[in-house]
Design a protein around this ligand. Structure first.
Ligand code: KG4
Ligand code: ZN
Length: 347
């Protein structure tokens, strides 16, 4: 008989424009998600073509208590059952981070429950292990609205940044092109959907830095190339629908190729055979299919989160929380009181 103590973990994520609260259980059979409630604000920011920080914080305030209530009731537990609180402390928008962080700190302090503060990127890196067995070491490609980073991960607490975008994140590129063509925010999902109807060889967009002998990337030149092409074709209002689909398909192909080349290069340099791809952009169908080819060609193991767990959610923050030293609000009073949001927290 195993004597692993059951640990109920209440997790919060509010780093950008989604407020999420989750309940997880760790017992002798592993870690399970009992509830994972996400309050999306896409409809709030869509008309502005990007996230408006003040509106994000205000909407987090509205969502914070109902999301907690809903997550607890869906999991069939009450606050008194909670053994651990996990929360994103950065990076992200400071006003957004503070709403989830203050809720988590309040619960932890009032009920005397230890608190684990989690880096948002760490949440993404380990998110696929909510549904797959862990396999160390691995190369982690984290692709989201704010990040395009490559890490060498040897354990939960040994994560080294080995490559990153020097300018835009790849999700930001999809969002900006979508917005420019009037498809709203966030655009990655829309670009992906319509790219399925287009021809990826219709436009030859550049692959900046794809062949450079380092693991850094760049997406702003690609964004400029796509926007110039749209303008050459008469501008966003005069372009034919089928041509828009071709642009989306060609853009998606270019992004997928850059990410694929750099990640495989990282595997080569560090002699690693497992790749974990996560973050909102990892929902992309072409990125998934291109990486799947690497399994066939070179026998690499590739792990993605399921599509619902690709974008921001509190379940992934809870998962990471099980592997972090937690801070006790009574025994580590000073450290606890000093926990704050860190909008540019680098892993
Ligand atoms: O991880 P995430 O939810 O939030 C951040 O941490 O940024 O990622 C959001 C990003 C947005 O840029 C969104 O457009 C992109 O993920 N995204 C996608 C897809 N679904 C969401 N990008 C490409 N293809 C998709 N299917
Ligand atoms: Zn994220």
């Amino acid at each position: 008989m195993s004597h692993i103590k059951n640990i109920i973990n209440l997790a919060f994520e509010s780093s950008c424009d989604d407020f999420s609260c989750a309940v997880l259980l760790k017992d002798s059979s592993g870690i399970r998600v009992l509830s994972n409630v996400i309050y999306s604000q896409d409809f709030v920011h869509d008309i502005y073509g990007g996230v408006v920080p003040e509106l994000a914080s205000r909407n987090h305030m509205k969502a914070s208590v109902p999301a907690l209530r809903f997550a607890l009731s869906k999991a069939g537990i009450s606050l008194s059952d909670v053994d651990l609180v996990s929360v994103t402390a950065g990076p992200g928008l400071v006003g957004s981070l503070l709403i989830g962080l203050m809720e988590a700190k309040t619960i932890s302090f009032a009920l005397n429950i230890p608190l684990a503060k989690i880096n948002h990127i760490e949440g993404h890196i380990f998110s696929p292990f909510l549904e797959n067995e862990e396999k160390f070491p691995f190369i982690a490609l984290v692709i989201s609205g704010g990040h395009t980073h490559i890490y060498l991960v040897k354990s939960h607490n040994n994560i080294k940044l080995i490559g990153r975008t020097r300018d835009d994140a790849c999700g930001e590129l999809f969002d900006k092109v979508s917005s420019y063509l009037g498809f709203g925010y966030p655009g990655g999902k829309v670009v992906d959907k319509f790219a399925e109807e287009g021809d990826e060889s219709a436009f030859k967009f550049p692959l900046p830095m794809a062949h450079s002998h380092n693991l850094d990337m760049s997406f702003s030149g690609l964004k400029t190339a796509v926007i110039s092409e749209i303008n050459n074709l008469g501008g966003p209002d005069n372009i034919k629908e089928s041509v828009v689909f071709d642009i989306f398909a060609s853009l998606r192909e270019a992004v997928a190729k850059i990410l694929y080349k750099k990640t495989l290069y990282a595997c080569n340099i560090y002699k690693i055979s497992t790749i974990v791809v996560s973050g909102g952009v990892s929902a992309n169908l072409r990125i998934r299919s291109l990486f799947a080819e690497a399994v066939e060609k070179s026998g690499l193991k590739i792990i993605f989160p399921s599509i619902p767990l690709s974008t921001d959610n509190a379940a992934m923050i809870g998962y990471a929380g099980y592997f972090k030293p937690s801070i006790d609000p009574v025994k580590n009073r000073v450290e606890f009181l000093n926990i704050n949001a860190d909008s540019s927290w680098e892993l």
